[in-house]
Design a protein around this ligand. Structure first.
Ligand code: AMP
Length: 235
Protein backbone atom coordinates (compact mmCIF):
# COMPACT_ATOMS: atom_id res chain seq x y z
CA UNK A 1 0.00 0.00 0.00
CA UNK A 2 1.57 3.27 -1.13
CA UNK A 3 -0.86 5.88 0.20
CA UNK A 4 -3.62 6.24 2.78
CA UNK A 5 -6.06 6.97 -0.10
CA UNK A 6 -6.14 3.27 -0.90
CA UNK A 7 -8.03 2.71 2.35
CA UNK A 8 -11.69 3.45 2.89
CA UNK A 9 -11.24 6.05 5.58
CA UNK A 10 -13.73 8.71 6.66
CA UNK A 11 -13.07 12.26 5.37
CA UNK A 12 -12.46 13.33 9.00
CA UNK A 13 -9.73 10.70 9.38
CA UNK A 14 -8.12 11.63 6.03
CA UNK A 15 -8.03 15.24 7.17
CA UNK A 16 -6.37 14.38 10.49
CA UNK A 17 -3.77 12.14 8.80
CA UNK A 18 -2.93 14.84 6.25
CA UNK A 19 -2.61 17.42 9.01
CA UNK A 20 -0.19 15.16 10.90
CA UNK A 21 1.94 15.05 7.75
CA UNK A 22 1.72 11.30 7.21
CA UNK A 23 1.91 10.67 3.47
CA UNK A 24 3.06 7.06 3.15
CA UNK A 25 1.90 4.30 5.50
CA UNK A 26 4.69 2.56 7.41
CA UNK A 27 5.05 -1.21 7.05
CA UNK A 28 2.97 -2.09 10.11
CA UNK A 29 0.31 0.37 8.96
CA UNK A 30 0.10 -0.97 5.42
CA UNK A 31 -0.19 -4.53 6.71
CA UNK A 32 -2.41 -4.01 9.76
CA UNK A 33 -4.80 -1.30 8.56
CA UNK A 34 -6.60 -3.33 5.86
CA UNK A 35 -7.21 -6.10 8.42
CA UNK A 36 -8.25 -3.96 11.37
CA UNK A 37 -10.45 -1.66 9.29
CA UNK A 38 -12.31 -4.42 7.50
CA UNK A 39 -12.43 -7.43 9.80
CA UNK A 40 -13.96 -7.85 13.22
CA UNK A 41 -11.07 -9.89 14.59
CA UNK A 42 -8.59 -10.31 17.42
CA UNK A 43 -5.11 -9.24 16.36
CA UNK A 44 -1.48 -9.83 17.21
CA UNK A 45 1.01 -7.21 16.02
CA UNK A 46 4.71 -7.70 16.57
CA UNK A 47 6.13 -4.22 16.27
CA UNK A 48 8.36 -1.97 18.34
CA UNK A 49 8.04 1.74 19.11
CA UNK A 50 9.08 3.84 16.13
CA UNK A 51 7.34 1.65 13.57
CA UNK A 52 4.14 3.71 13.52
CA UNK A 53 2.19 1.14 15.55
CA UNK A 54 0.13 3.77 17.40
CA UNK A 55 -1.54 4.95 14.20
CA UNK A 56 -1.79 1.32 13.03
CA UNK A 57 -4.20 0.65 15.90
CA UNK A 58 -5.40 4.24 16.46
CA UNK A 59 -6.88 4.78 12.99
CA UNK A 60 -9.08 1.64 12.94
CA UNK A 61 -9.98 2.10 16.61
CA UNK A 62 -11.26 5.62 15.92
CA UNK A 63 -13.12 4.54 12.77
CA UNK A 64 -15.03 1.95 14.83
CA UNK A 65 -16.08 4.39 17.54
CA UNK A 66 -19.41 6.23 17.52
CA UNK A 67 -18.62 9.84 18.37
CA UNK A 68 -22.17 10.62 19.50
CA UNK A 69 -22.12 7.83 22.12
CA UNK A 70 -20.54 9.29 25.26
CA UNK A 71 -19.36 5.99 26.76
CA UNK A 72 -15.95 4.28 26.80
CA UNK A 73 -15.67 2.22 23.60
CA UNK A 74 -11.90 1.87 23.33
CA UNK A 75 -9.52 0.78 26.10
CA UNK A 76 -5.76 1.05 25.59
CA UNK A 77 -3.41 -0.36 28.23
CA UNK A 78 0.19 0.90 28.33
CA UNK A 79 3.09 0.02 30.64
CA UNK A 80 4.04 3.57 31.65
CA UNK A 81 2.57 7.01 32.25
CA UNK A 82 4.85 8.45 29.55
CA UNK A 83 3.64 6.01 26.92
CA UNK A 84 0.01 6.50 27.98
CA UNK A 85 0.36 10.27 27.53
CA UNK A 86 2.10 9.90 24.19
CA UNK A 87 -0.47 7.44 22.84
CA UNK A 88 -3.36 9.53 24.19
CA UNK A 89 -1.96 12.63 22.49
CA UNK A 90 -1.73 10.85 19.16
CA UNK A 91 -5.25 9.39 19.45
CA UNK A 92 -6.63 12.86 20.20
CA UNK A 93 -4.90 14.28 17.13
CA UNK A 94 -6.19 11.47 14.91
CA UNK A 95 -9.69 11.71 16.39
CA UNK A 96 -9.85 15.51 16.31
CA UNK A 97 -12.32 15.86 13.42
CA UNK A 98 -14.44 12.91 14.49
CA UNK A 99 -15.25 14.54 17.83
CA UNK A 100 -13.69 11.65 19.75
CA UNK A 101 -11.91 12.28 23.03
CA UNK A 102 -9.19 10.12 24.59
CA UNK A 103 -8.42 10.38 28.29
CA UNK A 104 -5.13 9.41 29.98
CA UNK A 105 -5.46 7.50 33.27
CA UNK A 106 -2.29 6.75 35.23
CA UNK A 107 -1.02 6.31 38.76
CA UNK A 108 0.74 9.01 40.73
CA UNK A 109 -1.81 11.64 39.63
CA UNK A 110 -4.94 12.82 41.44
CA UNK A 111 -8.25 11.01 41.02
CA UNK A 112 -10.47 14.09 40.76
CA UNK A 113 -9.48 15.18 37.27
CA UNK A 114 -9.55 11.60 35.99
CA UNK A 115 -13.04 11.07 37.41
CA UNK A 116 -14.20 14.34 35.81
CA UNK A 117 -12.76 13.18 32.47
CA UNK A 118 -14.49 9.81 32.76
CA UNK A 119 -17.80 11.46 33.63
CA UNK A 120 -17.48 13.88 30.72
CA UNK A 121 -17.96 11.00 28.27
CA UNK A 122 -14.50 10.23 26.82
CA UNK A 123 -14.86 7.43 24.30
CA UNK A 124 -11.25 6.20 24.58
CA UNK A 125 -9.31 5.59 27.78
CA UNK A 126 -5.53 5.16 27.64
CA UNK A 127 -4.05 4.04 30.90
CA UNK A 128 -1.66 2.06 33.04
CA UNK A 129 -3.18 -1.18 34.40
CA UNK A 130 -2.98 -0.44 38.15
CA UNK A 131 -4.87 2.85 38.03
CA UNK A 132 -7.37 1.49 35.50
CA UNK A 133 -8.22 -1.22 38.03
CA UNK A 134 -8.61 1.37 40.80
CA UNK A 135 -11.23 3.14 38.69
CA UNK A 136 -12.89 -0.12 37.77
CA UNK A 137 -13.23 -1.01 41.46
CA UNK A 138 -14.50 2.47 42.36
CA UNK A 139 -17.12 2.13 39.63
CA UNK A 140 -15.83 5.26 37.88
CA UNK A 141 -14.62 3.26 34.84
CA UNK A 142 -17.22 1.16 33.03
CA UNK A 143 -16.10 -1.32 30.42
CA UNK A 144 -19.37 -2.88 29.26
CA UNK A 145 -19.50 -0.88 25.99
CA UNK A 146 -15.84 -1.42 25.06
CA UNK A 147 -15.56 -2.85 21.55
CA UNK A 148 -11.77 -2.63 21.19
CA UNK A 149 -9.19 -3.51 23.84
CA UNK A 150 -5.60 -2.71 22.94
CA UNK A 151 -2.56 -4.00 24.80
CA UNK A 152 0.32 -1.72 23.84
CA UNK A 153 3.83 -3.01 24.55
CA UNK A 154 2.41 -6.16 26.13
CA UNK A 155 5.90 -7.56 26.74
CA UNK A 156 6.83 -4.48 28.79
CA UNK A 157 3.58 -4.63 30.79
CA UNK A 158 4.24 -8.26 31.65
CA UNK A 159 7.90 -7.74 32.54
CA UNK A 160 6.89 -4.82 34.80
CA UNK A 161 4.61 -7.14 36.76
CA UNK A 162 1.24 -6.04 35.34
CA UNK A 163 0.21 -9.47 34.05
CA UNK A 164 -2.49 -10.08 36.68
CA UNK A 165 -3.81 -6.54 36.36
CA UNK A 166 -4.15 -6.76 32.63
CA UNK A 167 -5.85 -10.13 32.94
CA UNK A 168 -8.33 -8.62 35.43
CA UNK A 169 -9.07 -5.85 32.94
CA UNK A 170 -9.46 -8.27 30.03
CA UNK A 171 -11.87 -10.33 32.11
CA UNK A 172 -13.92 -7.23 32.97
CA UNK A 173 -14.72 -6.56 29.31
CA UNK A 174 -17.55 -8.09 27.33
CA UNK A 175 -15.79 -10.45 24.94
CA UNK A 176 -18.92 -10.90 22.88
CA UNK A 177 -18.51 -7.39 21.52
CA UNK A 178 -14.88 -6.61 22.47
CA UNK A 179 -11.97 -7.54 20.23
CA UNK A 180 -8.40 -7.65 21.58
CA UNK A 181 -5.52 -6.18 19.60
CA UNK A 182 -2.23 -7.12 21.23
CA UNK A 183 0.94 -5.25 20.27
CA UNK A 184 4.35 -6.30 21.48
CA UNK A 185 7.96 -5.80 20.39
CA UNK A 186 8.85 -9.36 21.34
CA UNK A 187 6.98 -12.62 21.63
CA UNK A 188 8.20 -13.84 25.01
CA UNK A 189 6.76 -17.08 26.46
CA UNK A 190 4.64 -14.94 28.83
CA UNK A 191 3.19 -12.88 25.96
CA UNK A 192 2.51 -16.15 24.17
CA UNK A 193 0.58 -17.44 27.19
CA UNK A 194 -1.56 -14.29 27.43
CA UNK A 195 -2.22 -14.38 23.67
CA UNK A 196 -3.13 -18.08 23.76
CA UNK A 197 -5.44 -17.58 26.70
CA UNK A 198 -7.36 -14.51 25.53
CA UNK A 199 -7.07 -14.06 21.76
CA UNK A 200 -9.45 -15.96 19.51
CA UNK A 201 -8.04 -16.84 16.05
CA UNK A 202 -5.97 -13.65 15.91
CA UNK A 203 -4.75 -12.28 12.59
CA UNK A 204 -1.00 -11.68 12.83
CA UNK A 205 1.38 -9.08 11.46
CA UNK A 206 5.09 -8.98 12.19
CA UNK A 207 7.41 -6.11 11.44
CA UNK A 208 11.13 -6.46 11.26
CA UNK A 209 12.91 -4.42 13.94
CA UNK A 210 14.83 -2.62 11.23
CA UNK A 211 11.63 -1.25 9.67
CA UNK A 212 11.56 1.90 11.76
CA UNK A 213 10.19 5.21 10.50
CA UNK A 214 13.31 7.12 11.33
CA UNK A 215 16.78 5.82 10.67
CA UNK A 216 18.37 9.23 11.16
CA UNK A 217 17.75 9.58 14.90
CA UNK A 218 20.66 8.59 17.06
CA UNK A 219 19.68 7.50 20.55
CA UNK A 220 21.84 7.85 23.67
CA UNK A 221 21.06 7.75 27.35
CA UNK A 222 22.55 9.09 30.57
CA UNK A 223 21.46 7.55 33.88
CA UNK A 224 20.31 10.38 36.16
CA UNK A 225 17.96 11.25 38.99
CA UNK A 226 14.51 12.44 37.87
CA UNK A 227 15.07 15.83 39.54
CA UNK A 228 18.30 16.42 37.53
CA UNK A 229 16.76 15.46 34.19
CA UNK A 230 15.90 18.93 32.80
CA UNK A 231 19.36 20.31 33.55
CA UNK A 232 21.24 17.30 32.15
CA UNK A 233 19.02 17.34 29.07
CA UNK A 234 19.77 20.99 28.43
CA UNK A 235 23.51 20.44 28.83
P1 AMP B 1 5.06 5.00 17.00
O1 AMP B 1 5.83 3.82 16.52
O2 AMP B 1 3.59 4.80 16.92
O3 AMP B 1 5.51 5.46 18.36
O4 AMP B 1 5.34 6.22 15.98
C1 AMP B 1 6.58 6.81 15.84
C2 AMP B 1 6.47 8.20 15.23
O5 AMP B 1 6.19 8.14 13.84
C3 AMP B 1 5.40 9.09 15.84
O6 AMP B 1 5.96 10.36 16.08
C4 AMP B 1 4.34 9.20 14.76
O7 AMP B 1 3.68 10.45 14.80
C5 AMP B 1 5.12 9.04 13.49
N1 AMP B 1 4.37 8.39 12.38
C6 AMP B 1 3.45 7.40 12.48
N2 AMP B 1 3.00 7.03 11.27
C7 AMP B 1 3.65 7.79 10.37
C8 AMP B 1 3.63 7.85 8.93
N3 AMP B 1 2.86 7.06 8.20
N4 AMP B 1 4.45 8.74 8.34
C9 AMP B 1 5.27 9.53 9.08
N5 AMP B 1 5.34 9.53 10.43
C10 AMP B 1 4.54 8.66 11.08
Amino acid sequence: METFNELELSPEMHRAITELGYTKPSQIQSEALPILLNEDTDFLGLAATGTGKTAAFGIPLLEKIHGHKKVVQGLIMCPTRELALQVCGQINLLGKYKGIKALPIYGGAGYEEQIRGLKSGSQVVVGTPGRLIDHLEKGTLKLKDVTTIILDEADEMISMGFKEDLETLLEATNREIGKIWLFSATMSPEVHRVADKYLVDPKQVKVNKKEMLSTTVEQIFFPTRESDKPEILCK
